[in-house]
Design a binder for this molecule. Sequence first.
Ligand SMILES: O=C(O)CCC(=O)C(=O)O
Length: 331
Amino acid sequence: MGQILKLQFRSKGMEMSKTAHPTTWAVSSTSFHPPQFQYTLDNDVLSLEQRKFYEENGFLVIKNLVSDDDITRFRNQFQRICKQEVKHEGMMIMRDVSTEKSKFIPSEELITKVQNFHQDEELFRYCTLPEILKYVECFTGPNIMVVHTMMINKPPDSGKKTTRHPFHQDLHYFPFRPSNRIVAAWTAMEQVNRNNGCLSVLPGTHKGCLKPHSYPQWEGGVNIMYYGIEGYDENSPRVHLEMEKGDTVFFHPLLIHGSGWNKSQGYRKAISCHFASADCHYIDVKGTSQESFEKDILETLHKVYGFPEDASLKDIYRLNVQLVKGERINL
Ligand SMILES: O=C(O)CCC(=O)C(=O)O
Protein backbone atom coordinates (compact mmCIF):
# COMPACT_ATOMS: atom_id res chain seq x y z
CA MET A 1 0.00 0.00 0.00
CA GLY A 2 2.77 2.52 0.81
CA GLN A 3 3.66 4.56 3.86
CA ILE A 4 0.45 5.50 5.66
CA LEU A 5 0.24 9.24 6.00
CA LYS A 6 -3.15 9.42 7.41
CA LEU A 7 -5.53 6.67 8.22
CA GLN A 8 -8.89 7.62 9.54
CA PHE A 9 -10.88 4.62 10.54
CA ARG A 10 -14.61 4.43 10.79
CA SER A 11 -15.11 3.05 14.23
CA LYS A 12 -18.60 2.85 14.15
CA GLY A 13 -18.78 4.13 -21.83
CA MET A 14 -17.96 4.83 -24.15
CA GLU A 15 -17.46 1.32 -25.25
CA MET A 16 -15.80 1.26 -28.62
CA SER A 17 -14.61 -2.29 -28.68
CA LYS A 18 -15.66 -5.26 -26.63
CA THR A 19 -12.71 -7.29 -27.72
CA ALA A 20 -10.14 -8.58 -25.26
CA HIS A 21 -6.55 -8.70 -26.36
CA PRO A 22 -5.79 -12.31 -27.05
CA THR A 23 -3.97 -11.48 -30.22
CA THR A 24 -2.21 -8.31 -29.02
CA TRP A 25 -0.73 -10.12 -26.05
CA ALA A 26 -0.36 -13.47 -27.74
CA VAL A 27 -2.20 -15.35 -24.98
CA SER A 28 -4.10 -18.17 -26.48
CA SER A 29 -7.78 -18.91 -26.11
CA THR A 30 -8.01 -21.26 -29.06
CA SER A 31 -7.22 -24.56 -27.33
CA PHE A 32 -9.87 -24.03 -24.70
CA HIS A 33 -12.63 -26.65 -24.23
CA PRO A 34 -14.20 -26.09 -20.82
CA PRO A 35 -16.58 -28.67 -19.44
CA GLN A 36 -18.47 -25.62 -18.17
CA PHE A 37 -17.69 -22.04 -17.30
CA GLN A 38 -16.42 -21.59 -13.76
CA TYR A 39 -15.19 -18.03 -13.61
CA THR A 40 -17.90 -16.20 -15.55
CA LEU A 41 -21.68 -16.26 -15.27
CA ASP A 42 -24.26 -16.63 -18.00
CA ASN A 43 -25.40 -13.31 -19.41
CA ASP A 44 -25.40 -11.56 -22.73
CA VAL A 45 -22.74 -8.96 -21.98
CA LEU A 46 -19.60 -10.96 -22.70
CA SER A 47 -19.08 -12.54 -26.08
CA LEU A 48 -18.20 -16.22 -26.12
CA GLU A 49 -14.66 -15.24 -27.05
CA GLN A 50 -14.41 -12.89 -24.05
CA ARG A 51 -15.77 -15.51 -21.66
CA LYS A 52 -13.32 -18.09 -22.90
CA PHE A 53 -10.50 -15.60 -22.63
CA TYR A 54 -11.27 -14.78 -18.98
CA GLU A 55 -11.83 -18.43 -18.09
CA GLU A 56 -8.45 -19.36 -19.56
CA ASN A 57 -6.39 -16.31 -18.57
CA GLY A 58 -8.09 -14.75 -15.52
CA PHE A 59 -8.31 -11.22 -16.90
CA LEU A 60 -10.10 -9.28 -19.60
CA VAL A 61 -9.35 -5.81 -20.96
CA ILE A 62 -12.21 -3.68 -22.23
CA LYS A 63 -10.98 -0.82 -24.37
CA ASN A 64 -12.11 2.76 -23.82
CA LEU A 65 -14.69 1.90 -21.15
CA VAL A 66 -14.46 4.97 -18.90
CA SER A 67 -14.96 8.40 -20.46
CA ASP A 68 -12.40 11.22 -20.50
CA ASP A 69 -14.87 13.41 -18.59
CA ASP A 70 -15.11 10.92 -15.74
CA ILE A 71 -11.34 10.52 -15.62
CA THR A 72 -10.91 14.30 -15.44
CA ARG A 73 -13.36 14.39 -12.51
CA PHE A 74 -11.45 11.63 -10.66
CA ARG A 75 -8.16 13.40 -11.30
CA ASN A 76 -9.51 16.73 -9.99
CA GLN A 77 -10.92 15.11 -6.88
CA PHE A 78 -7.64 13.31 -6.24
CA GLN A 79 -5.89 16.69 -6.33
CA ARG A 80 -8.37 18.13 -3.82
CA ILE A 81 -7.73 15.18 -1.51
CA CYS A 82 -3.96 15.58 -1.84
CA LYS A 83 -4.23 19.27 -1.02
CA GLN A 84 -6.31 18.29 2.02
CA GLU A 85 -9.27 20.33 0.75
CA VAL A 86 -11.34 17.17 1.15
CA LYS A 87 -11.10 14.72 4.06
CA HIS A 88 -13.05 11.58 4.85
CA GLU A 89 -13.46 9.02 7.54
CA GLY A 90 -11.96 5.69 6.66
CA MET A 91 -9.74 6.97 3.85
CA MET A 92 -6.06 5.98 3.87
CA ILE A 93 -3.54 8.33 2.33
CA MET A 94 -0.21 6.68 1.53
CA ARG A 95 3.25 7.79 0.47
CA ASP A 96 6.20 5.93 -1.00
CA VAL A 97 8.80 4.44 1.32
CA SER A 98 11.51 6.46 -0.47
CA THR A 99 9.96 9.78 0.59
CA GLU A 100 8.48 8.78 3.93
CA LYS A 101 11.07 10.76 5.89
CA SER A 102 10.91 13.93 3.82
CA LYS A 103 8.82 16.85 5.02
CA PHE A 104 5.21 16.34 4.00
CA ILE A 105 3.75 18.97 1.72
CA PRO A 106 0.09 18.34 0.87
CA SER A 107 0.44 17.85 -2.87
CA GLU A 108 0.03 15.03 -5.36
CA GLU A 109 3.83 14.69 -5.64
CA LEU A 110 4.00 12.99 -2.26
CA ILE A 111 0.86 10.87 -2.29
CA THR A 112 1.10 7.50 -4.00
CA LYS A 113 -2.25 6.04 -3.14
CA VAL A 114 -5.64 6.90 -1.70
CA GLN A 115 -7.29 3.80 -0.38
CA ASN A 116 -10.80 3.16 0.92
CA PHE A 117 -12.41 6.17 -0.69
CA HIS A 118 -15.91 4.77 -0.05
CA GLN A 119 -16.95 7.99 1.68
CA ASP A 120 -15.89 10.22 -1.19
CA GLU A 121 -18.88 10.66 -3.45
CA GLU A 122 -16.86 11.90 -6.39
CA LEU A 123 -14.30 9.05 -6.47
CA PHE A 124 -16.89 6.48 -5.42
CA ARG A 125 -18.82 7.30 -8.63
CA TYR A 126 -16.25 5.07 -10.32
CA CYS A 127 -17.64 2.05 -8.45
CA THR A 128 -21.17 2.83 -9.55
CA LEU A 129 -20.58 3.61 -13.24
CA PRO A 130 -23.10 1.52 -15.21
CA GLU A 131 -20.43 0.64 -17.80
CA ILE A 132 -18.24 -0.83 -15.03
CA LEU A 133 -21.07 -2.63 -13.19
CA LYS A 134 -22.32 -4.14 -16.41
CA TYR A 135 -19.07 -6.11 -16.69
CA VAL A 136 -18.67 -6.71 -12.95
CA GLU A 137 -22.01 -8.52 -12.92
CA CYS A 138 -20.58 -11.09 -15.35
CA PHE A 139 -18.29 -12.26 -12.55
CA THR A 140 -20.18 -11.49 -9.34
CA GLY A 141 -23.81 -11.90 -10.34
CA PRO A 142 -26.52 -9.30 -9.70
CA ASN A 143 -25.93 -8.52 -6.00
CA ILE A 144 -22.77 -6.46 -5.95
CA MET A 145 -20.75 -5.18 -2.99
CA VAL A 146 -17.80 -2.81 -3.17
CA VAL A 147 -15.14 -4.30 -0.92
CA HIS A 148 -12.03 -2.26 -1.63
CA THR A 149 -11.16 0.97 -3.46
CA MET A 150 -7.90 2.60 -4.56
CA MET A 151 -6.63 5.51 -6.58
CA ILE A 152 -2.99 4.88 -7.41
CA ASN A 153 -0.52 7.63 -8.29
CA LYS A 154 2.72 5.80 -9.05
CA PRO A 155 5.42 8.47 -8.79
CA PRO A 156 8.59 8.75 -10.85
CA ASP A 157 11.03 6.32 -9.23
CA SER A 158 13.91 7.75 -7.22
CA GLY A 159 16.24 5.09 -8.62
CA LYS A 160 15.66 2.68 -5.75
CA LYS A 161 12.84 0.84 -7.57
CA THR A 162 10.50 1.29 -4.62
CA THR A 163 7.63 2.15 -6.97
CA ARG A 164 7.44 -1.48 -8.10
CA HIS A 165 4.49 -3.49 -6.86
CA PRO A 166 5.63 -7.05 -6.12
CA PHE A 167 3.81 -9.94 -7.74
CA HIS A 168 0.88 -10.90 -5.54
CA GLN A 169 -2.67 -12.23 -5.43
CA ASP A 170 -5.32 -9.83 -4.15
CA LEU A 171 -7.14 -12.65 -2.37
CA HIS A 172 -4.37 -12.47 0.26
CA TYR A 173 -6.14 -9.33 1.54
CA PHE A 174 -9.71 -10.64 1.48
CA PRO A 175 -11.47 -12.60 4.26
CA PHE A 176 -14.34 -13.81 2.08
CA ARG A 177 -15.04 -16.49 -0.48
CA PRO A 178 -15.67 -17.92 -3.01
CA SER A 179 -12.86 -16.29 -4.97
CA ASN A 180 -14.62 -16.79 -8.31
CA ARG A 181 -17.30 -14.30 -7.28
CA ILE A 182 -14.76 -11.53 -6.59
CA VAL A 183 -13.35 -9.30 -9.33
CA ALA A 184 -11.13 -6.24 -9.64
CA ALA A 185 -11.72 -3.40 -12.06
CA TRP A 186 -8.61 -1.31 -12.80
CA THR A 187 -8.85 1.67 -15.16
CA ALA A 188 -5.87 3.45 -16.70
CA MET A 189 -6.24 7.21 -16.19
CA GLU A 190 -3.64 7.86 -18.90
CA GLN A 191 -1.55 5.77 -21.23
CA VAL A 192 0.21 3.07 -19.19
CA ASN A 193 3.17 1.19 -20.57
CA ARG A 194 6.31 -0.58 -19.45
CA ASN A 195 8.10 2.74 -19.06
CA ASN A 196 5.72 4.15 -16.45
CA GLY A 197 5.00 0.85 -14.69
CA CYS A 198 1.91 -0.74 -16.21
CA LEU A 199 0.29 -3.80 -14.66
CA SER A 200 1.88 -7.15 -15.49
CA VAL A 201 -0.01 -10.41 -15.11
CA LEU A 202 0.74 -14.13 -15.17
CA PRO A 203 -2.07 -15.48 -17.37
CA GLY A 204 -3.87 -18.57 -16.08
CA THR A 205 -2.60 -18.30 -12.50
CA HIS A 206 -6.17 -17.69 -11.27
CA LYS A 207 -6.62 -21.46 -11.62
CA GLY A 208 -4.10 -22.08 -8.84
CA CYS A 209 -4.47 -21.59 -5.12
CA LEU A 210 -3.64 -18.74 -2.77
CA LYS A 211 0.10 -18.73 -2.12
CA PRO A 212 1.94 -17.57 1.01
CA HIS A 213 2.89 -13.88 0.86
CA SER A 214 5.47 -11.82 2.75
CA TYR A 215 7.41 -8.58 2.30
CA PRO A 216 10.06 -8.92 -0.42
CA GLN A 217 13.63 -8.22 0.70
CA TRP A 218 14.27 -5.32 -1.64
CA GLU A 219 17.41 -3.28 -1.23
CA GLY A 220 15.62 0.07 -1.46
CA GLY A 221 12.84 -0.99 0.91
CA VAL A 222 9.26 -1.95 0.22
CA ASN A 223 6.03 -0.09 0.80
CA ILE A 224 3.85 -1.06 3.72
CA MET A 225 1.21 -3.67 2.82
CA TYR A 226 2.94 -4.40 -0.51
CA TYR A 227 3.18 -8.12 0.10
CA GLY A 228 4.68 -10.36 -2.57
CA ILE A 229 4.43 -14.07 -3.25
CA GLU A 230 7.14 -15.95 -1.36
CA GLY A 231 9.79 -17.53 -3.58
CA TYR A 232 8.37 -15.83 -6.65
CA ASP A 233 10.36 -16.73 -9.75
CA GLU A 234 11.35 -13.42 -11.37
CA ASN A 235 11.61 -15.21 -14.73
CA SER A 236 7.99 -16.40 -14.80
CA PRO A 237 6.42 -15.58 -18.18
CA ARG A 238 4.30 -12.49 -17.81
CA VAL A 239 2.15 -10.24 -19.95
CA HIS A 240 2.52 -6.48 -19.71
CA LEU A 241 -0.86 -4.79 -19.92
CA GLU A 242 -0.11 -1.67 -21.92
CA MET A 243 -3.34 0.29 -21.95
CA GLU A 244 -4.76 3.61 -23.11
CA LYS A 245 -6.61 6.11 -20.97
CA GLY A 246 -10.06 4.75 -20.09
CA ASP A 247 -9.18 1.12 -20.86
CA THR A 248 -10.22 -1.15 -18.00
CA VAL A 249 -8.97 -4.55 -17.01
CA PHE A 250 -11.17 -6.91 -14.98
CA PHE A 251 -9.26 -9.62 -13.17
CA HIS A 252 -9.65 -12.55 -10.81
CA PRO A 253 -8.35 -12.20 -7.21
CA LEU A 254 -6.05 -15.22 -7.59
CA LEU A 255 -4.43 -13.87 -10.75
CA ILE A 256 -0.76 -13.20 -9.98
CA HIS A 257 0.02 -9.61 -10.92
CA GLY A 258 2.20 -6.67 -10.04
CA SER A 259 3.59 -3.53 -11.66
CA GLY A 260 7.00 -2.26 -12.65
CA TRP A 261 8.89 0.76 -11.44
CA ASN A 262 8.08 4.10 -12.99
CA LYS A 263 11.00 5.11 -15.21
CA SER A 264 9.16 8.16 -16.58
CA GLN A 265 9.00 11.65 -15.12
CA GLY A 266 5.20 11.52 -14.88
CA TYR A 267 2.82 10.22 -12.20
CA ARG A 268 1.10 7.06 -13.50
CA LYS A 269 -2.51 7.22 -12.36
CA ALA A 270 -5.11 4.47 -12.16
CA ILE A 271 -8.39 4.02 -10.33
CA SER A 272 -9.47 0.62 -9.09
CA CYS A 273 -12.21 -1.13 -7.19
CA HIS A 274 -12.72 -4.69 -5.99
CA PHE A 275 -16.23 -6.05 -6.10
CA ALA A 276 -17.68 -9.20 -4.59
CA SER A 277 -21.00 -10.93 -4.77
CA ALA A 278 -23.19 -10.16 -1.75
CA ASP A 279 -23.58 -13.96 -1.58
CA CYS A 280 -19.92 -14.39 -0.59
CA HIS A 281 -19.32 -15.42 3.01
CA TYR A 282 -16.70 -14.31 5.49
CA ILE A 283 -13.97 -16.69 6.59
CA ASP A 284 -11.71 -16.65 9.62
CA VAL A 285 -8.14 -16.18 8.37
CA LYS A 286 -6.52 -17.31 11.63
CA GLY A 287 -4.23 -20.27 11.00
CA THR A 288 -4.04 -19.49 7.26
CA SER A 289 -1.41 -17.73 5.14
CA GLN A 290 -3.49 -14.54 5.45
CA GLU A 291 -2.99 -14.32 9.20
CA SER A 292 0.16 -12.17 8.88
CA PHE A 293 -1.76 -9.54 6.95
CA GLU A 294 -4.57 -9.57 9.52
CA LYS A 295 -2.03 -9.02 12.28
CA ASP A 296 -0.30 -6.25 10.34
CA ILE A 297 -3.44 -4.24 9.61
CA LEU A 298 -4.89 -4.71 13.11
CA GLU A 299 -1.64 -3.53 14.70
CA THR A 300 -1.70 -0.41 12.56
CA LEU A 301 -5.35 0.33 13.28
CA HIS A 302 -4.82 -0.27 16.97
CA LYS A 303 -1.79 2.04 17.11
CA VAL A 304 -3.39 4.85 15.19
CA TYR A 305 -7.02 4.62 16.29
CA GLY A 306 -7.20 2.36 19.25
CA PHE A 307 -9.13 -0.18 17.16
CA PRO A 308 -9.63 -3.30 19.34
CA GLU A 309 -6.62 -5.61 19.12
CA ASP A 310 -8.84 -8.66 19.33
CA ALA A 311 -10.89 -7.62 16.29
CA SER A 312 -10.53 -9.58 13.06
CA LEU A 313 -9.99 -8.82 9.40
CA LYS A 314 -13.65 -9.49 8.74
CA ASP A 315 -14.62 -6.87 11.36
CA ILE A 316 -12.63 -4.32 9.35
CA TYR A 317 -14.31 -5.29 6.10
CA ARG A 318 -17.78 -5.49 7.63
CA LEU A 319 -17.50 -1.81 8.54
CA ASN A 320 -16.46 -0.78 5.06
CA VAL A 321 -18.18 -2.86 2.39
CA GLN A 322 -20.98 -1.15 0.46
CA LEU A 323 -23.81 -2.43 -1.68
CA VAL A 324 -23.86 -0.89 -5.17
CA LYS A 325 -26.39 -3.11 -6.94
CA GLY A 326 -29.09 -5.61 -5.96
CA GLU A 327 -29.53 -6.86 -2.45
CA ARG A 328 -27.17 -7.09 0.55
CA ILE A 329 -27.01 -10.74 1.63
CA ASN A 330 -24.03 -12.17 3.56
CA LEU A 331 -21.24 -9.61 3.33
O1 LIG B 1 -1.55 -0.12 -9.90
C1 LIG B 1 -0.57 -0.78 -9.58
O2 LIG B 1 0.57 -0.39 -9.83
C2 LIG B 1 -0.70 -2.09 -8.86
C3 LIG B 1 -1.97 -2.17 -8.13
C4 LIG B 1 -2.14 -3.47 -7.44
O3 LIG B 1 -1.85 -4.51 -7.96
C5 LIG B 1 -2.65 -3.49 -6.10
O4 LIG B 1 -2.67 -2.43 -5.45
O5 LIG B 1 -3.03 -4.59 -5.64
